[in-house]
Design a protein around this ligand. Structure first.
Ligand SMILES: [Zn+2]
Length: 526
């Protein structure tokens, strides 16, 4: 059926309504969720964004003409540039911010109002040819993600030209043999690239991402939850690196992997032209995985709600070589700044052992009144095997006590008047103590009827906080929810996009994350 409410009063009503059988099939098939989401796209919610885009497009076209003039004399050699850029990185200069900060371009004169735009109705004031429809372009990018493809221009262009149902549901009219420009036709790759560039440079993907999350909170699709969970993840960079030698402040010779340096100009002689040297892929760095494997990539910090398993945000880390434990605090600040409604919900944050750090725990407590709960980091402590009570074989670094019979003792609690942890032998499936019938019972606990009880002095496990020991059932139960962040990451990285990037630089990387999150939150609503 033709949806009359979607037709703007200013546009010519179609005289013939063509029914495409393929499109009908797609809209009735439950496996093609992307189709129904795009078909029922609530475009009224995106009018403000559309107007911002057209205003940015106008601004972009003017600033392109001005750009040619701004060039100062610059005598920096390539190697000097390389060193300057190295010492500018977050991992070298601790005064730099840990997360990537977008500096969106501002629109000088907004000319287009939200009320004047709708699907297929593009503003006339921009001069020259009519631009391509914002709504159709926006749906093309989101649609690519919904289908599980990377939301990047060449992929979007491929989909639009090869899948005509997709092109139609986005709002384009498949091209004729006639090659003349018509604003309703499928755009060229260059126009799709330009749309993505404008949405990125003017911070519009980023702005819309927060609006999508907020909409889901307002509509009750995201429910109140008292915990946050965080982690970092890597994406493979679309660039190579070089090893730069440098002298550290103590005069020591050191080496570090860094993106190659280049100039963003089109001059033929780059060695001598006046433009500054820049990193070819800023933000990329060496990421060391827990198994020692090294990856040249970009790093993102992800925050979400563990019980519902919903990702709230993914943000690019300024330098991928940054240690994981440093990204959580700034990311929580960014989240609360953009979604202040979430701040009062949260009283606990779960993270892996990278944040097992007393100073960080205190900062969270003091600044937000939030308890930071990190997986216990045994810090390569060896298990204790000596001076143990009779019958006991070892205590692991995480405080798990194993007896000579090979059973793991149940942790029962702490006695603070004696500074001791208490353990007891576990019960079997028939609720009988494993001690009865154990070969070691005579030497271990000959008289006990309820099974061996052991106390271990706090001093034997100096790295464990007796007030919050990792072997306690409560600790384990809370930390059971931490891996839900892994599932959020899998959804963003594998189901909705691709962990191999196709563009360079942190602005593009942040835009990539934003586009994926937009699709992710649309999917939650459907
Ligand atoms: Zn140049």
């Amino acid at each position: 059926m033709l949806n009359w409410s979607l037709i703007s009063p200013h546009s010519q009503l179609p005289l013939i309504h063509v029914v495409n059988e393929d499109d009908e099939l797609l809209s009735n098939n439950c496996d093609t969720q992307w189709y129904s989401i795009l078909k029922n796209f609530p475009w009224e919610n995106y009018r403000e964004l559309g107007a911002s885009y057209y205003n940015a497009l106008y601004d972009f076209n003017i600033s392109k003409q001005l750009k040619a003039e701004d060039s100062k004399k610059n005598k920096e050699t390539k190697d000097a540039g390389r060193q300057r850029l190295l010492f500018n990185r977050t991992t070298m200069d601790k005064s730099k911010t840990v997360l990537h900060e977008m500096k969106p371009k501002q629109i000088a004169v907004p000319l287009v109002s939200a009320q004047s735009v709708s699907p297929g109705v593009v503003p006339k004031r921009l001069g020259g040819k009519k631009p391509k429809c914002f709504f159709a372009l926006f749906k093309s990018f989101t649609g690519a993600c919904l289908m599980g493809f990377a939301p990047e221009p060449e992929v979007v262009h491929n989909l639009l030209t090869s899948n005509l149902s997709f092109a139609r549901v986005c709002g384009f009219v498949p091209n004729n043999i006639d090659e003349r420009y018509w604003y309703r036709n499928i755009p060229s790759l260059r126009k799709i690239e330009q749309f993505d560039q404008i949405m990125t440079e003017y911070g519009l993907w980023n702005q819309n991402k927060w609006e999508e999350v907020r909409r889901n909170i307002e509509q009750g699709i995201i429910k109140k939850e008292n915990e946050l969970v965080g982690d970092t993840t890597h994406y493979h960079a679309y660039s190579g690196f070089e090893t730069v030698a440098y002298t550290d402040p103590k005069g020591k010779e050191k080496k570090k992997s860094q993106s190659k340096v280049t100039k963003n100009c089109r001059c033929e002689n780059k060695e001598n032209c006046p433009h500054p040297w820049d990193l070819a892929d800023d933000g990329a760095g060496t990421i060391v995985k827990s198994n020692g494997k090294m990856i040249w990539g970009h790093k993102a910090s992800v925050l979400g709600l563990p019980r519902q398993g919903i990702a709230l945000d993914a943000t690019a880390v300024a330098d991928a070589a940054t240690f994981d434990g440093e990204t959580l605090l700034p990311h929580v600040e960014v989240l609360f700044e953009n979604l202040p409604e979430v701040k009062p919900w949260i009283d606990r944050i779960l993270y892996d052992s990278a944040c097992d750090n007393g100073k960080l725990r205190n900062t969270f407590k003091d600044r937000f009144g939030i308890e930071l709960k990190a997986s216990f980091n045994p810090r390569r402590t060896k298990p204790v095997t000596e001076n143990l009570p009779p019958g006991m074989a070892k205590i692991t670094a995480s405080g798990n006590l194993i007896c000579n019979g090979g059973f793991e003792m149940d942790y029962k609690g702490a006695r603070f008047d004696f500074d001791k942890f208490i353990y007891q032998a576990p019960f079997d499936a028939n609720k009988v103590s494993v001690c009865s019938g154990c070969l070691h019972q005579l030497s271990c606990s000959p008289t006990s009827t309820k099974g061996r009880v052991v106390t271990i002095s706090f001093d034997m496990l100096p790295s464990i906080d007796p007030a919050d020991p990792p072997m306690a059932k409560r600790f384990k139960a809370i930390m059971m929810r931490r891996p839900s962040v892994e599932r959020m990451i899998k959804r963003l990285k594998r189901d909705l996009s691709d962990d191999r990037l196709r563009k360079r630089g942190n602005d593009s990387f942040q835009a990539y994350l934003d586009k994926t999150l937009i699709a992710y939150h649309m999917l939650l609503r459907s």
